[in-house]
Design a protein around this ligand. Structure first.
Ligand code: TXA
Ligand code: MG
Length: 333
């Protein structure tokens, strides 16, 4: 077994990757948010391979990546002036728009839905790949379904190195993703438009451009964790806690905890046998490090991952909190 191949992204490897896409093989590429597992949007057998390799349910739709507004319009219906405003302000960038799906796009590109999510990525390697291939590329985050998203090439290799189905698959290495969490997904088929997934761009930023935008945040206290979709989940039990609960858990020496702490004043609370993972205290830095930290925490094989909650009232923390709540949602301790 040769496993997936990490190639430094350059002209030659990007051409090779484009040729692989043309043949119907999947290619992993960096975007500014997370790494994507790409296949041709107009190529049904590639789309089927994405679902198979990722272990994704066939009704969970994919995002089609395009170079520009024209590329997005050719795949969708219902593009209006608000879409143009949003795209002119934020494309290329971490904003995904959900529109009607045009008849040229296979059902499988959006899990059978009549809509299609489109986004124009900013990462130069993603753009070079789109140019070399010359057609849209559908790509979910390159993690296994339900697990933690990858923000560097090595994360993807870790996830697929033992999978014969990923033999020979190119992983274009474009360094760490500078945003670090996924794009904001905005449904433009409803009025007012609705945020389906919070991301790097906040509701306020979108509202300033197009007026009212709807968003319902997950409830903060995970009173009913079972109702949340488990996602971004490490294998180790994971709890999102305030500082009091953190202190209480850490005083229990029978469990070994790995603790993600963003407030530097609280670092010293974490003493052996527990392990500290110091996180940035600003939301941009935190987002950038988040998935790497969750993967590191998981690899410690501790009894429990504790995550200090943060940014209660600040809109810039909403997307991070969403990911943390999902990471912590499904495995009650
Ligand atoms: O930043 C990103 O968006 C990354 C990079 C690779 O572009 N991609 C990504 O894809 O996060 P994925 O498949 O892991 O997440 C896409 C999200 C899912 O929650 C999916 O259900 C939603 O977008 N989505 C996609 N198409 C949709 C549609 N037609 N209607 C509603 N939701 C959709
Ligand atoms: Mg994903």
């Amino acid at each position: 077994m040769i496993g997936p191949r990490i190639l430094p992204a350059n002209n030659e490897s990007i051409q090779e990757a484009a040729a692989d896409l043309e043949r119907g093989s999947l290619v992993v590429f960096p975007t500014e948010t997370v790494y994507g597992l790409g296949g041709g949007t107009l190529d049904e057998s590639s789309l089927a391979s994405i679902y198979r390799l990722k272990g994704r349910q066939s009704d969970n739709p994919l995002i089609a990546h395009v170079l520009d507004i024209e590329g997005a319009r050719s795949l969708t219906t219902g593009w209006d002036d608000r879409c143009t405003l949003l795209a002119e302000a934020w494309w290329p960038g971490p904003l995904t728009l959900v529109l009607g799906r045009s008849g040229v796009v296979p059902d499988l590109a959006s899990g059978g839905r009549p809509t299609l999510a489109v986004r124009s990525p900013q990462h130069p390697v993603a753009r070079a790949l789109l140019e070399a291939y010359g057609k849209p590329i559908s790509a979910p985050s390159a993690n296994r379904s339900g697990e933690v998203s990858p923000t560097c090439a090595q994360h993807v290799l870790d996830d697929y190195s033992a999978d014969p189905a990923a033999d020979g698959m190119i992983i274009l290495d474009g360094d760490r993703c500078h945003v670090g969490i996924e794009s904001t997904v905005l449904d433009m088929t409803v009025d007012p438009p609705r945020i389906l997934r919070p991301g790097a761009l906040t509701a306020e930023v979108l509202q300033n451009l197009i007026g009212s935008v709807e968003y319902t945040e997950l409830h903060h206290t995970s009173a009913s964790p079972g109702t949340m979709e488990s996602h971004y989940s490490p294998q180790t039990n994971c709890l999102l806690v305030d500082v009091e609960e953190m202190r209480h858990r850490l005083s229990n020496m029978t469990e070994r905890c790995v603790v993600l702490v963003s407030n530097p004043d609280h670092h010293e609370m974490v003493q052996p046998p527990h392990t500290l993972l110091a996180m940035p205290s600003d939301p941009d830095g935190y987002a950038q490090d988040l998935y790497d930290a969750l993967r590191k925490a998981d690899s410690e094989q501790a009894d429990l991952i504790l995550i200090e909650s943060n940014g209660e009232e600040d809109p810039n923390w909403i997307a991070i909190r969403d990911r943390l709540m999902r990471a912590a949602s499904d495995r009650p301790v």
